[in-house]
Design a protein around this ligand. Structure first.
Ligand code: PLP
Length: 440
């Protein structure tokens, strides 16, 4: 076999080459068909090969593929920013375009710090985050991320450590019921703020539903309302990391809309272009932009490819497609169907401890004993066995962390394209059920 030239995530594994994709399916060069039940990394939310998106990208490439953001803007980038302001709630009316979710988080961090600098409060620089979280792989975003496995090699380069526990209702540390707990876990944010002093804190960042670091951890009733209130009382900005949850994944454009909570800054990525081109965004509210507009007027952030017209055209076409086909509602409806089917499967199997999530973002946590919720030992490599077995069965699911030691347990995410049909959903559950029965 020819040697490798491309660095891939696992150097000792062989990776199949995908020849093409259509709808919810990918096909490798051996002709094997895979149902993409995780939309890649929860990204390809409208499926593969959608002609409208390919046309829009072709037209943009014909017109112009690249203009540099400090010299020119483009219709595509301007149109995308306007569209994002229209489809998101409140006064999230400003968009800074970047190329990845990590960059969107970095920009959110810098914007929050600058917001206070412009008001002569330069000491407000710290950003509080939660354990069991993932905000990106660049050093700023990684320092906020409560994901020990991704942090430990680079710990000496990381500026801060997460301080707050996530809302993990399946393993509530207080032993409370989510229906009546009054979101007690939010107390930890207040404790963390008091420990550091609000005068040193710029923002609190959270994923509305925790993605890969918690397998769709879903907050209890009232959680984000209380978080918003704490941020307001201590004059701290609320950054919603909607890189995974945004753009319809949970049944609304932003997951925060489920609770009527308006963040000050939002990071978007993944579903924004549904994988057709690399693009991500930091949305900033009018309130946060105002002191910057009235102050230095300078945005010291950005990348060569920021606001790339080709990517912006792809993203704008994706947003139109989602709207035209009512895919937010489809995600909510199909998510209910999928949740019911997976909960039915949970009852039949011995290893599915919890099924959680919203819309088409569903997390499944595995345990050796449902009564005690005991996780599998690390040596079992259960998640990777499930993923490999599913792939052999023609089903792609996404690995996630869960469990008592902040990520040592086994879990996966199921997040198919929002365009998945009822028949395909049934097929998804059949393939997953087959996989679990072969693992048990
Ligand atoms: N934030 C969340 C919630 C994510 O899930 C991810 C990626 O998985 C990121 C940020 C980082 O995005 P990217 O991989 O595009 O840099």
């Amino acid at each position: 076999m020819e040697r490798d030239y491309l660095i891939k995530p696992m150097l000792d594994e062989s990776y199949k080459i995908v020849s093409h994709g259509q709808g919810v399916y990918l096909f490798d060069t051996d002709g094997k068909k895979y149902m993409d039940a995780s939309s890649g990394a929860v990204t390809c939310s409208i499926g593969h090969g959608v002609p409208e998106i390919i046309d829009a990208m072709g037209k943009q490439a014909n017109a112009v593929s690249f203009v540099y953001r400090s010299q020119f803007s483009s219709h595509a980038a301007e149109g995308l920013a306007k569209k994002l302001s229209e489809i998101t709630p409140g006064d999230l009316n400003w968009t800074f375009l970047v190329n990845s979710g990590s960059e969107a988080i970095e920009t959110a961090m810098k914007t929050a710090i600058q917001y206070f600098q412009e008001q002569n409060r330069p000491q407000k620089t710290k950003i509080i985050s939660r354990w069991m979280s993932y905000h990106g792989i660049t050093l700023g975003a990684l320092s906020l991320s409560g994901h020990p496995e991704r942090r430990f090699r680079f710990q000496q380069l990381l500026e801060s450590n997460p301080e707050v526990s996530p809302p993990y209702c399946y393993r509530c540390p207080f032993g409370l019921n989510p229906a009546s707990c009054n979101a007690k876990c939010t107390d930890e944010l207040e404790t963390a703020i008091r420990r550091t002093g609000a005068e040193h804190i710029a923002a609190f960042v959270a994923e509305p539903l925790v993605g890969a670091a918690g397998a769709a951890l879903t907050p209890p009733e009232g959680y984000y309302e209380k978080i918003r209130d704490i941020c307001d009382r201590y004059d701290i900005l609320l950054i919603a990391d909607e890189v995974m949850t945004g753009i319809g994944r949970t049944g609304k454009t932003l997951a925060m809309e489920h609770w009527g909570v308006l963040p000050d800054i939002v990071a978007l990525g993944k579903g924004m272009s549904a994988g057709y081109a690399p693009i991500a965004a930091t949305l900033v509210s009018d309130r946060v932009m105002r002191p910057i507009q009235q102050g230095s007027k300078l945005i010291m952030s950005g990348h060569t490819y920021s606001a790339n017209p080709q990517s912006a055209a792809a993203s704008l076409a994706v947003l139109h497609y989602i709207e035209k086909n009512s895919l937010n509602d489809a995600s909510a409806e199909k998510g209910k169907t999928l949740m019911k089917q997976l909960q039915k499967l949970q009852k039949k199997t011995s290893i599915i401890g919890d099924v959680r999530g919203m819309g088409l973002m569903i997390g499944i946590e595995f345990v050796t004993d449902k009564a005690t919720k005991k996780p599998f030992s690390k040596a079992c490599h259960l998640t990777s066995r499930i993923i490999k077995k599913a792939q052999m069965n023609g089903l792609l699911v996404y690995p996630a962390a869960a469990g008592i030691e902040g990520g040592d347990g086994d879990a996966i995410l199921i997040a198919p394209p929002l365009t998945i049909s009822e028949e395909e959903l049934t097929e998804l559950v059949r393939l997953f059920s087959k996989t679990i029965s072969e693992i048990e």
